[in-house]
Write a protein of this length. Structure first.
Length: 196
């Protein structure tokens, strides 16, 4: 799959949204990629994750297991596990900190691939790294369907393999451009959003 085919998959799914969004990082953006919309079609999710898995294999990272941060990484993490034929689990926040629950656990020294839907700043990926360390694993890389880091103050310190890189502007709340100031800000998922 080339970049235009990948982008078309997201457009066909109504997953490229326009408006005024508050991202989980706290940054504001005029666009949002709702990967869940693309993944709700299982055939599309399989195509996208198969292409991403091929990129991961090409880079040659040796991994034993996947850990995906909930909520956005859960579905893509499951499908990446299927594509790479390795176990997949997810971490979730308890009292504001990622941990493994539901009987999930890592063996000492297990090599872990962190799987995300979208990486904007890398913050949740690095919080997942801490969770992996606390459970005895070794995070080796991050993979995501979308890399939208752009010029953000990125905290990601691991290699990132992504299916598609998008340069979507983001703004701090006190530095919004006039066009965004005129539009009420919403957190994605808080109500139905119109695709562009």
């Amino acid at each position: 799959m080339n970049d235009s085919q990948i982008m078309q998959e997201f457009k066909d799914a109504g997953a490229i949204l326009s408006g005024h969004f508050i991202l989980s990082s706290g940054l504001h953006s005029p666009n949002y990629v709702q990967c869940a919309r693309a993944l709700m079609d299982t055939a599309r999710g399989e195509r996208l994750c198969k292409a991403l898995a091929a990129k991961v294999k090409a880079v040659g990272h040796k991994v034993d297991v996947i850990v995906a941060p909930a909520m956005g990484g859960v579905v893509v993490g499951y499908e990446m596990g299927r594509q790479l034929n390795i176990p997949s689990m997810f971490c979730e926040r308890v009292d504001g900190k990622f941990t493994l629950r539901r009987g999930f656990g890592l063996e000492q020294g297990q090599r872990v691939l962190i799987v995300e839907d979208v990486v904007t700043t890398g913050k949740s990926s690095m919080e997942t790294v801490e969770c992996i360390k606390e459970h005895g694993g070794v995070a080796v890389a991050v993979t995501s369907l979308i890399d939208r880091r752009g010029k953000n103050d990125v905290t990601l310190t691991l290699p990132l393999v992504s299916l598609l890189k998008l340069d979507i502007p983001t703004y701090k709340p006190d530095a919004l451009p006039p066009e965004l100031q005129k539009i009420p800000a919403i957190k994605p998922g808080s109500r139905f959003l119109k695709a562009s």
